[in-house]
Structures are given as structure tokens and as C-alpha cells.
Design a binder for this molecule. Structure first.
Ligand code: SF4
Ligand code: SF4
Length: 295
């Protein structure tokens, strides 16, 4: 039971019928290709890791080379013919390196029937909206944890843009401006934009409605509220309880449909949402790159 129906803009009806994360295609699967090794910002809750056991974002068995991606997709389709989506969701940021766009260009050519889906922090969207459309990516998830720079500055430690490291309010303002520009530009080009918001009760617990309102006005189609996993600098914080999650969802739902069945997928997830992942069988024989940088 991975999905409930959410009301999306009708121009995305066909996408919703074939994308397991959009509510109308519970029998479809997704494959995440863990090809993005680096990140260009530092969220204080982020702890990326390489292992076989953790079921959460930011975790993969290893980094996959772009050269191995086609074989991986073919093997994944043998294991799970229901896969309809190829996604890139880490372990780093999809646009911090050119691996993801290059990979989607190849996938679009080799597997035109599969939907391209990407997650990003949005910092590099202003430089890549044209590349995203050209690579056939139909759905982009942008993580927006605040639309107020002073709130956002409590969540991110730094932003690295064009070789310059920004911190504090300047970092937050820069990230925010580029995220919002990217959301508007993608939506105007008929790419479905999903917002991910990590709910951190002590910081943005009362702010989620404003995030939904601002991003909806720019053309976002759906929002997913992800409870904080207390890790990294936020390991001392309490995750939201059920009533806090429900309050945040109700605040967001005034402006955007809310995706309620997020599975907190690994960066190398494979198979149907809500079922045991096939990633351990998928990656056992592939040669993977073992390099990794926090960027
Ligand atoms: Fe971690 Fe993603 Fe934040 Fe980068 S954008 S620091 S990978 S949570
Ligand atoms: Fe796309 Fe995220 Fe769903 Fe993966 S989990 S297929 S990146 S929306």
C-alpha cells in the first residue's frame, strides 16, 4: 500500500499513472542509480554512509559509475519488470557533478519508455534547467527546508558555489534564491516539481505551511514532509511525533497535495515501494567506484 491518490495538475496525469511516487501507480517500481558522489552544501542533519543495511536517504552500497548504469538498468528490469522510473537521489547532490545529467542523457536514448526522476537541493538548478529538459527528466524533487533565510541558516552549515564557500545568512539567501528560481523555471517547462521538506520541530515546525504556500505559487505540484532522522549535528534533537507530522501536513495541504507514503528510500533503492528492496541482488556483481567526497 505505498501510495494514496493525490490530486495533481491534470497536465501531469499521464506521469501520475506511471510513477509510483505520485499516487496513482502503486504497482510500478523505481530504480535509484547511486551515481552522484559529491554534495555542494552541508545540511546539519546529513550523514551519508555506505552499507547494506540502513534504509534511509543518503545511504548506498557504493557509488556506481555512469558506465555501469545501462547494465544496471537492464539487470533491474529483469529483477523487477514493473520498474517505470529511473531516479537519481544521491548519495550526494544530483547536480553537484555532471554524472547524473550525463547518465540521464544516455538513459533517455537507451530506455525512452522509462521516466527520468531526479532529487536535488536546487543550488545548481539555474545552471541546468535546460539540461534537465533535454535529458528527458520529467519529475524533479527539490528539498526546501525553509523559505525564510534566517530559519534556513540554522539548517545548513555552508554552500559552495563557483569555488566560493558561503556560510550564515549569505549561504541561506543564495541557496533559497536559486532553489525558488529553479522551481519556477522547471514548472514553466512542464517538469513536475515535488518539494521535500525535512520536518525539524525545533526549527521549521511552524514554517511548513509557508514553504508549501511559496513553492505552490511558483508552480510546485506536490509536497512530501519527511520527519527528521536525528543524525549529525542534529543527533541531539527529537524527531517529530505523529501529531507534529499531522499538523505540518495539514498546514501544507492548504496549498499543495501532500505525499503521505514516502518510504525514505536508499540512494540505490530498487523495486516496488513498500516491498523488500532488490538492491542487494542488483549490485552484488557490478564493479563500483569506491571514491566519495562530501564536497
Ligand atoms: Fe546531505 Fe542532501 Fe543536504 Fe547534500 S543536500 S548535505 S546530500 S541532505
Ligand atoms: Fe523519484 Fe524520489 Fe520516487 Fe526516487 S523516491 S523515484 S527520486 S520521487
Amino acid at each position: 500500500m505505498p501510495c494514496s491518490n493525490v490530486k495533481l495538475d491534470e497536465r501531469f496525469a499521464h506521469l501520475a499513472m506511471n510513477h509510483p511516487c505520485l499516487g496513482r501507480a502503486p504497482n510500478k517500481g523505481r530504480l535509484h542509480l547511486p551515481i552522484s558522489p559529491e554534495c555542494n552544501i552541508k545540511c546539519r542533519f546529513c550523514t551519508r554512509s555506505f552499507n547494506d543495511v540502513e534504509l534511509r536517504p543518503g545511504v548506498a552500497k557504493q557509488i556506481l559509475s555512469v558506465g555501469d548504469a545501462c547494465e544496471t538498468v537492464e539487470r533491474a528490469l529483469e529483477l523487477c519488470p514493473e520498474i517505470s522510473v529511473i531516479g537519481v537521489a544521491g548519495p550526494g547532490d544530483s547536480l553537484a557533478t555532471d554524472h547524473a545529467i550525463h547518465c540521464f542523457d544516455i538513459m533517455h536514448e537507451r530506455f525512452p519508455g522509462l521516466i527520468g526522476c531526479m532529487s536535488t537541493n536546487g543550488l545548481m538548478l539555474p545552471d541546468h534547467v535546460g539540461d534537465i529538459v533535454k535529458a528527458g527528466i520529467r519529475s524533479v524533487t527539490v528539498t526546501v527546508n525553509a523559505i525564510n533565510p534566517s530559519i534556513l541558516s540554522q539548517i545548513i552549515e555552508r554552500v559552495v558555489l563557483n569555488g566560493e564557500t558561503l556560510t550564515g545568512i549569505k549561504a541561506a539567501q543564495t541557496l533559497l534564491l536559486r532553489q525558488l528560481w529553479g522551481i519556477k523555471s522547471l514548472a514553466a517547462r512542464d517538469v513536475l516539481v515535488k518539494i521535500n521538506t525535512v520536518l525539524i520541530p525545533e526549527i521549521n515546525g511552524e514554517h511548513v505551511g509557508e514553504i508549501a504556500e511559496a513553492t505552490a505559487a511558483l508552480g510546485a505540484s506536490i509536497i512530501n514532509i519527511i520527519p527528521l532522522i536525528p543524525q549529525g549535528d542534529f543527533s541531539h534533537m527529537e524527531p517529530p511525533d505523529c501529531s507534529q507530522i499531522n499538523e505540518a501536513r495539514e498546514a501544507a495541504e492548504r496549498y499543495l497535495p501532500v505525499f503521505r507514503h514516502c518510504q525514505h528510500c536508499r540512494a540505490d533503492a530498487c523495486g516496488l515501494l513498500g516491498e523488500t528492496g532488490l538492491e542487494s541482488r542488483l549490485y552484488q556483481n557490478l564493479s563500483c567506484e569506491n571514491t566519495f567526497s562530501h564536497g
